[in-house]
Design a binder for this molecule. Structure first.
Ligand SMILES: NC(=O)c1ccc[n+]([C@@H]2O[C@H](COP(=O)([O-])OP(=O)(O)OC[C@H]3O[C@@H](n4cnc5c(N)ncnc54)[C@H](OP(=O)(O)O)[C@@H]3O)[C@@H](O)[C@H]2O)c1
Length: 372
């Protein structure tokens, strides 16, 4: 058991967007959490003032924990009941409102772990996939200092498809050095669009070959996540297009009639020539270990990457629940006749793709003394 796991006092947490798709996963994952205890719930004025159990269209296959069902939903304001006592506030807010609300919470010296896109590109905010780059948390003192805040800061996690992609890419970079080119086509689940999301008439018996803004997120976020921080922990090396280290990423994103689980069909070219063999690549995926596992935080999966040998795996319905949805599945690792290697990856978009990443990031921040 790690030091924080042995602490008796749980940290009170708030959830913004608690009624939504990501918010419900937060509730499910946090209701039995060893570090955190749910203390405040926030949503829109449509829900505020009502009992959580009454106002939420609960879509998970476990019941709403009774004590949570009885809590009253608050407006997303830092002075609303409960939030000011919270050591961490998790956000699953709609991106249309997340920017202003999260900034108001940070200015009130609250610590935000956000799933929304609004601060991912902010030069002061880390964009962290917990199985890849928790070292980027080191920019937090600079964020607080620059903004003149004693305690408040914002940490973001990545777009759900980006997260499923960068974990295997990180394993390849760790073993074989920088990558040159990545081509990815995604097959994304409908839960990725929130509730009620895409209409049944649009998605049943169909594939929709466009998800607004998604391709740009994958192409940009990959380079921030896999890039570094400068030695004074004040600036990200974005692996930007001007940099020789930039990975050329090209993404095509599609929506498919799957409820949970985003699949990515990936081809990669290494900078190393000749490229590693398929056996070496397979071994790099299987042996990949990350800081979250070394820290032994509660949400860290025993394997960050699960490699499937069967030629028809991974599949969303069969594989999204492995390790409680906290890992990435990889399969069909084989030579690419155009680039070097191709493979298929799968992520649970609402767990590791959203709520689990936020929670694991906060667990790591606890272990690093950034949340007390
Ligand atoms: N779904 C995924 O797989 C996924 C993965 C990664 C990241 N994300 C990101 O996570 C965020 C939430 O996504 P989601 O899928 O959970 O969306 P969602 O199901 O539509 O839920 C949105 C939440 O935001 C709240 N909200 C909406 N307008 C508000 C306002 N004016 N003030 C305060 N709260 C407001 C809603 O409350 P009411 O119920 O009261 O309307 C609800 O709790 C988005 O930024 C999304 O891009 C989602």
């Amino acid at each position: 058991m790690s030091s924080a796991q042995s602490h008796r006092n749980q940290i009170k947490v708030g959830i913004l967007g608690a009624t939504g798709t990501v918010g419900q996963r937060f509730i499910q994952l946090l209701s039995t959490h060893p570090y955190f205890v749910i203390h405040a719930l926030g949503a829109s004025s449509r829900s505020a003032g009502q009992r959580y159990g009454k106002v939420t269209k609960w879509k998970l296959n476990t019941p709403i924990p009774q004590e949570i069902g009885n809590m009253v939903v608050q407006e997303c304001k830092p002075d609303a009941q409960g939030f000011k006592d919270c050591g961490v506030v998790f956000s699953g807010l709609d991106a249309d409102v997340a920017g202003e609300i999260e900034e108001a919470f940070r200015s009130a010296n609250l610590i935000i772990f956000s799933n929304s896109k609004n601060y991912r590109r902010d030069p002061l905010c880390p964009l962290i996939v917990p199985l890849v780059n928790p070292s980027h948390l080191s920019i937090i003192p600079h964020q607080k200092k620059t903004l003149g805040l004693e305690k408040g800061y914002i940490v973001t996690n990545a777009n759900c498809s980006t997260t499923g992609l960068v974990v295997p890419l990180a394993a390849l970079e760790k073993a074989f050095g920088p990558l040159e080119t990545v081509m990815v086509t995604t097959l994304q689940a409908i839960s990725g669009a929130g509730y009620p999301g895409v209409s049944a008439l649009d998605i049943l018996d169909n594939v929709v070959p466009h998800i607004g803004g998604e391709e740009e997120k994958i192409e940009w976020e990959t380079n921030k996540i896999l890039g570094g921080l400068n030695s004074s922990n004040t600036e990200f090396d974005l692996h930007s297009t001007e940099s020789t280290k930039a990975i050329n990423v090209s993404a095509t994103t599609t929506r498919v009639p799957v409820i949970d689980g985003h699949t990515g069909v990936v081809s990669v070219k290494f900078r190393q020539s000749p490229p590693p063999s398929m056996e070496e690549i397979d071994k790099a995926f299987r042996e990949f270990r990350c800081e979250a596992q070394e820290l032994n935080v509660p949400s860290a999966p025993p394997q960050a990457i699960v490699v499937h040998d069967a030629p028809d795996r991974p599949q969303p319905r069969l594989d999204k629940d492995i390790h409680n949805g906290a890992c990435v599945s990889v399969g069909r690792v084989r030579p690419c006749p155009v680039l070097d290697v191709k493979f298929v990856c799968l992520i649970d978009n609402v767990r590791l793709g959203a709520a689990t990443s936020s929670i694991m990031n906060a667990e790591i921040a606890v272990e690093k003394g950034l949340i007390v």
